[in-house]
Every structure is written in structure tokens, then in C-alpha cells.
Design a protein around this ligand. Structure first.
Ligand SMILES: *Cc1c(COP(=O)(O)O)cnc(C)c1O
Length: 385
């Protein structure tokens, strides 16, 4: 009997999302408009801090780019970020002509190591981009303390971190300058493609709003609905085309409403993996500290060296049983562009390197059933037991 293929992630889209998208399509307004505003407001409401402003964009990459642009980053500046992340985290630094400085991660959490940040600071350092790997918060106390001491900006890459808490506060309402979330297809909520940049600084919010739509000082919906002449706007900078559509936002409003149920399911799945995989020669992903929330965007297992299993062979064995996996990530220092431009070698990042060699992201998504998960667990027991 061949079982259907089980992917490592799949979006959870229900009738509510389909109805909302249909309604948006029928409304006559498909680009940025009332649904986008509603999604931004619902997002601030969810984060629970009304001093925040949320700027909806068409990706987290766009959000990170707008954040660094608004903070005035430019050529000659350096930004410290972890090597164990997706290239989007730092490609935006290059968009602005600045240079990312990649550092190693903590062996337990796989998050950026604050000691490595301290060691990487130079007179050119302008910002830190922590990434809450897999949905577990970075040590934000240490990061904010370093930032304060050295006068650095902090832009959180929160692509995995909805909802994640640090000492009881949701990522998005911490003390950073901007936090960027992703609604890419495999993230904890999705709009197909989409993102949200969140800040408490009204000037940064305003700059990001202007720059997300061609550097125009009025967006299309404002021109369409306000009393001032509809045709008039002023271009105040060479902006970008980063706005979210109302079709995507309609989906986002419904996905956000389901987020509490989503995170509950992810927590259940993580707890079951923890329990059922505990006896195998694996390093299981770290839990959040007591009282904090792990978003469980990813469930990353690491093969213990002494058991002698090859990571690629285990991936193949799972694949032979119809189980999809991934690897998060091929560290940036291994990619030709970053490696060659900054002369990076694996020896500079021993922790990320060892983690990379042994890691597998196993299926983790809300729509998987207990039976789906049992298949993954049983196969891992067969291969590693
Ligand atoms: C998904 C992801 C991004 C990019 O998100 P998009 O919305 O696809 O631009 C950035 N950083 C990390 C760590 C990610 O996982």
C-alpha cells in the first residue's frame, strides 16, 4: 500500500478564507484598500499594543528592506545577522549598499549568539537583525543591551515568530525599531505572499508607508476616497512597489482569526514529537522558557553524531516512505554569493556548520493529522531505532 505523500508543510486554508477572498474579488477593490487597513488594524489588535503601527507589504523581504531604508542604512554601514537563516534576512542589506556581517548561532537554540554579536561590532556597525529561528525567541535582553551600549538599531526578522513571546511579551511589541513578519505559503499564517512591518515609531511607519508605494505621499485608496482631488499626489522619493493587495489582506484577516487555534495545534504536534522521539539518538528542538510561547513554525531535529546516521540517508529513507522534509538552512556562509563576497569559510561558523550537517525539518503544519504524525514517528523509529 502506498500512502499519499506527506509534505513537510502545507497551508491551512478553509472556507472562511475562500469566502473572504471571493468577497474581495466581488467588491470591485482588489489592490491596497479597506481590507488591507482592516488587516493592519487587526494585526495591531492581535499584538495588543495600540502604540504600534502595522504596515502591510507583499513580503517580509519587502518589510525588512523598508525598515532598513527608513532607518537610513547605506553604503559603508554594517549589519550583524546570523548565518543560519534564509538569504532574505541579509539580501536587503545589500539592496542598500551596506554589508551584512554574519555570525554563528547558539548550539541549543540555534538563534544568533549574543557573544558573537559583541565580537563582530566595529565602528561601522549600525544594526542587528535577530532571527527567531523556527519560532523560538532570541535572547532579546542581551541583544537590546548590546544595541543600547553601542547605539545600534534592531530590526527583528520575525518570519517564523507569529506568535512568539519573549519574557511574556509578543514578538512585535518588544523594544526593537521594526519587526517584520512573513505570510509566505509555509509560514504560521499565510496570504500566499505577504508580510507586515510593525513599529512604534510614527516617523518610521510613515516612511515605510510612503516607500512601499512608489514614494507617493497618498495611496490609491486615499486618493479614491478623500475629498481632495483624486488625481493629485506628490512623489517625495524613488519608492518601491511593495504594497499588499486587498485579495491577500482578506485572506490574512481570516488566517489571523484562526491563529490561536493554529498555535494550539502546533504546540500539540511539538509535544507529541518531543514525547515520541525522545528515545532516539536525536537532539530535539529547544522549548521556549517556561511561560513563553514557541510559534513552532519549524520542528528541526538533529542527528546525534555517535549514532552514525548520515543526514542525507535519513532524508532519503523518509522520502522513500512518502514523507517530505527540508533543511533550514544551508547556512549563508556556504552560498557562493555570500561566501565569495565576504571570504567566509565553514571554520568561521562551527556551531551552524555542525547543526547544518545533522539537521532535518520534519513535517509540522496545522492540517496534519495525528495519523500523519504517527507515520513520521514510526518511520524515524525504523530508521534510527
Ligand atoms: C520566509 C522568510 C523570510 C522571507 O519572507 P517572505 O515573506 O517570503 O519575503 C525572511 N526570513 C526568514 C527567516 C524566512 O523564513
Amino acid at each position: 500500500m502506498t500512502l499519499p505523500f506527506l509534505p513537510f508543510a502545507r497551508p491551512d486554508i478553509g472556507d472562511a478564507e475562500i469566502a473572504a477572498v471571493t468577497e474581495a474579488l466581488r467588491s470591485g477593490w482588489v489592490t491596497t484598500g479597506p481590507k488591507t487597513r482592516e488587516f493592519e488594524q487587526a494585526f495591531v489588535q492581535y499584538l495588543g499594543d495600540h502604540r504600534l503601527e502595522a504596515v502591510a507589504v507583499n513580503s517580509a523581504t519587502a518589510g525588512l528592506h523598508l525598515a532598513l531604508e527608513a532607518l537610513g542604512l547605506g553604503p559603508g554601514d554594517e549589519v550583524i545577522a546570523p548565518t543560519l537563516t534564509f538569504t532574505a534576512t541579509v539580501e536587503v542589506v545589500r539592496y542598500l549598499g551596506a554589508d551584512p556581517v554574519l555570525v554563528d548561532v547558539d548550539p541549543v537554540t540555534l538563534n544568533i549568539d549574543p557573544e558573537k554579536i559583541r565580537a563582530a561590532i566595529t565602528p561601522r556597525t549600525k544594526a542587528i537583525i535577530p532571527v527567531h529561528y523556527g519560532g523560538l525567541a532570541c535572547d532579546m535582553d542581551a541583544i537590546f543591551s548590546i544595541a543600547r551600549t553601542h547605539g545600534l538599531k534592531v530590526v527583528e526578522d520575525a518570519a517564523h515568530a507569529l506568535p512568539t513571546t519573549w519574557k511574556g511579551a509578543l514578538v512585535g511589541q518588544l523594544a526593537s525599531d521594526v519587526t517584520a513578519f512573513s505570510f509566505y505559503a509555509n509560514k504560521t499564517i499565510t496570504t500566499g505572499e505577504g508580510g507586515m512591518a510593525v513599529t512604534r515609531n510614527p516617523e518610521i511607519a510613515q516612511r515605510m508607508r510612503v516607500m512601499r508605494l512608489h514614494g507617493m505621499n497618498r495611496d490609491a485608496f486615499d486618493r479614491f476616497t478623500s475629498r481632495a482631488p483624486a488625481w493629485y499626489y506628490e512623489v517625495i522619493a524613488p519608492g518601491f512597489k511593495y504594497n499588499m493587495t486587498d485579495v491577500a489582506a482578506a485572506m490574512g484577516v481570516e488566517q489571523l482569526a484562526r491563529l490561536p487555534a493554529f498555535v494550539q495545534r502546533r504546540q500539540q504536534l511539538a509535544a507529541r514529537y518531543h514525547q515520541q522521539l525522545a528515545a532516539l539518538p536525536l537532539t530535539l528542538p529547544a522549548n521556549a522558557p517556561a511561560g513563553d510561547t514557541h510559534a513552532w513554525h519549524l520542528y528541526v531535529i538533529r542527528l546525534n553524531e555517535e549514532a552514525g546516521h548520515e543526514r542525507d540517508a535519513v532524508i532519503q529513507a523518509l522520502s522513500d516512505q512518502g514523507i517530505g522534509t527540508s533543511v533550514h538552512y544551508v547556512p549563508l556562509h556556504r552560498h557562493p554569493y555570500w561566501r565569495d563576497r565576504y571570504q567566509l569559510t565553514p571554520g568561521m561558523f562551527p556551531v551552524a556548520e555542525a547543526a547544518y550537517q545533522s539537521m532535518i525539518s520534519i513535517p509540522m503544519f496545522t492540517a496534519m493529522s495525528d495519523a500523519d504524525q504517527d507515520r513520521v514517528i514510526a518511520t524515524l523509529h525504523e530508521v534510527l531505532g
